[in-house]
Design a protein around this ligand. Structure first.
Ligand code: ZN
Length: 203
């Protein structure tokens, strides 16, 4: 019988990333906020689509190009109707595409995520010796792995680094880098904080 308790944490972002661009009206670099709205333009049979952003200081708009001069017949009808309806799931797909935003901005401000859900992946062993945390991030999240573990498990960050150095934490991921989808962290529970770690990992 396995003595490993496996849990999955699913992270969500509370805010869309904000691109910083030179605002023509303000005359300086400003953060732009997603307006949750698309703009479509038909030019004959060709379509352009943008996601509309607003300057956080003066409300001037900036249109983030999603595609240009696309032939109507080449477009998935579901995509077209989702664009016309400002479908929130589609807004999220583009608004979290940090790579595309970076190509159009000086820099992109990302926000830390929250753990929205923790679930055990199997029955809890009577006396678990190891804890495995699998982290799912359906959208990109800017929080560092050690900060996430620290805030969720109630351990100081320095302690997390020390546990890793001592081999009580095993992960292929870098502690000081943003959490990636599918990241896996294993804890050896032969440490003084085992009860607290177990309790906090599951709630
Ligand atoms: Zn402005």
């Amino acid at each position: 019988m396995s003595c490993t308790l496996s849990v999955r944490w699913t992270l969500t972002a509370n805010r869309f990333p904000r691109p910083w661009r030179t605002c023509p009206r303000c005359g300086t670099q400003r953060a732009f906020e997603c307006s949750d709205k698309f703009r479509l333009n038909a030019n004959g049979r060709r379509l352009d689509a943008w996601l509309v952003y607003k300057c956080t200081t003066c409300d001037d708009t900036w249109n983030h190009t999603l595609f240009e001069r696309r032939h109507g017949r080449d477009l998935d009808p579901n995509l077209l109707s989702a664009l016309e309806a400002n479908d929130p799931a589609l807004v999220g797909r583009f608004a979290f595409d940090v790579a595309a935003l970076r190509r159009a901005a000086h820099r992109v401000e990302e926000f830390a995520g929250n753990v929205a859900h923790k679930e055990a992946l199997a029955d809890r062993p009577d006396a678990p010796e190891r804890l495995e945390i699998l982290i799912a991030t359906p959208v990109p999240i800017a929080i560092r792995l050690d900060r996430l573990l620290s805030s969720e498990l109630g351990l100081p960050r320095a302690r997390i680094g020390a546990m890793r150095d001592a081999g009580h934490i095993v992960t292929a991921a870098a502690l000081n880098r943003p959490v990636r989808d599918g990241c896996r962290v294993e804890f050896d529970l032969a440490v003084g904080e085992a009860n607290m770690i177990l309790r906090n990992a599951c709630r």
